[in-house]
Ligand binder design. Structure first.
Ligand code: SAH
Ligand code: SF4
Length: 344
């Protein structure tokens, strides 16, 4: 049993059942999530017998770290699950803080044509403890505290709602990693039903929401993101307009710019038209496509990227450009090619 699959409440119940005082659960989670101590032997406020019992019955790490690759402003961590799948986590050094980009699934069923993760379809959901362990292992190898999490690694987080929710609960609870809800971002390709569920979920609706739009028209979006046949752009925008954010909070609209596919001035104008009504509700992140030898697309020249941004600016829509340094080694954190190079 992974102790990192449990909330404080659940662990208190567990320890109560084995006849310990419930506060033992608080002590154990304090070691793990506050002090990043992962060896039960070192949990010195527990008795020797208790430590031995924990060691015999519980595990903390659910992933094995295989490799760390450094490049530019990021570090990529390759992990292997106990059943042999490879996943990837990226630590990004931003100006004054660290952001960890975590994976939520092995593969992805959404099938976006520009995304390396889509290649093999969905293999399986990650469990809460596998999401949490990405954070724990990366944090224990990092001096500074990591305070920002983005669910932009492999997989569609809202298609793995329960496990992602549990991991988020551990991340934002005072007894857990104690991160601010505003510093945890869920990036989704726009699953309508799951977004509606999120909008009604006390815990999830306060997170940062990022939605990958990637195309300003239904036709083009369908060709890039097959899920949008059933999760249409129109319905998606409707859900986003109705998303229960306070007036000062904005939803991040993500747009991967692909050369000659969705990067022209006309596309920008169309996107501006689409978002205009929500000028105060949205901000836009432009992500220049990260090339991959197996994908038939190219990154646009920077002048197209700036041109696109200018059109949106002129319509009063705040628009940022997200480029990670060292693109030869790392994709955007959403573009993961490691699986291939490990298996070959
Ligand atoms: N499944 C979720 C989160 C993971 S993908 C989603 O789609 O939002 C995270 C981001 O990476 C998405 O915005 C996606 O559009 C982007 N992305 C995927 N492949 C990319 C590529 N080759 N280059 C640049 N961005 C990419
Ligand atoms: Fe899945 Fe996101 Fe990749 Fe689309 S972009 S295939 S939703 S991981």
């Amino acid at each position: 049993m992974y102790i990192t699959s449990l909330t404080l409440q659940e662990l208190r119940e567990e320890v109560r059942q084995i006849g310990w005082e419930p506060y033992r659960a608080d002590q154990i989670l304090n070691w793990i999530y506050k002090r990043f101590v992962f060896d039960f032997e070192q949990m010195t406020n527990l008795s020797k017998e208790q430590r031995a019992f924990l060691k015999d019955n519980y595990l903390i790490h659910s992933l094995d770290l295989l490799n760390v690759v450094e490049g530019g402003d990021s570090k990529k961590f390759l992990f292997r699950t106990k059943d042999g799948h490879i996943l990837e986590t990226v630590l990004i050094h931003e100006r004054d803080h660290l952001t960890i980009c975590v994976s939520s699934q092995i593969g992805c069923a959404v099938g976006c044509t520009f995304c390396a993760t889509a290649k093999d379809g969905l293999i399986r959901n990650l469990r809460a403890e596998e999401i949490i362990d990405q954070f724990l292992q990366v944090q224990s190898l990092t001096k500074e505290r990591i305070r920002n999490v983005v669910f932009m690694g492999m997989g569609e987080p809202l298609a793995n709602y329960e496990n992602v929710r549990k991991a988020v609960e551990i991340m934002v609870s005072p007894w857990g990693l104690d991160l601010s809800k505003r510093r945890v971002s869920i990036s989704t390709s726009g699953l309508i039903n799951q977004l509606k569920r999120m909008a009604q979920d006390k815990l999830m609706k306060e997170l940062n929401l990022a939605v990958s739009i990637n195309a300003p028209s239904q036709n083009l979006r369908e060709s890039l993101m097959p899920l949008s046949k059933t999760n249409t752009l129109e319905e998606l925008l409707e859900v986003l307009y109705g998303f229960p954010y306070p007036p000062d909070r904005r939803i991040m609209i993500e747009y991967v710019l692909i050369h000659g596919v969705n990067d022209t001035v006309d596309h920008a104008k169309e996107l501006a038209r689409l978002l205009k009504k929500g000028r105060k509700k949205f901000k836009v992140n432009l992500i220049p496509f990260n090339p991959d030898p197996e994908l038939p697309y190219r990154r646009p020249p920077m002048e197209n990227v700036y041109r696109f941004q200018k059109v949106l600016w002129e319509e009063g829509i705040s628009t940022f450009i997200r480029i990670s340094k060292g693109p030869e080694i790392f994709g955007a954190c959403g573009q993961l090619r490691s699986k291939r190079f490990v298996l070959r």
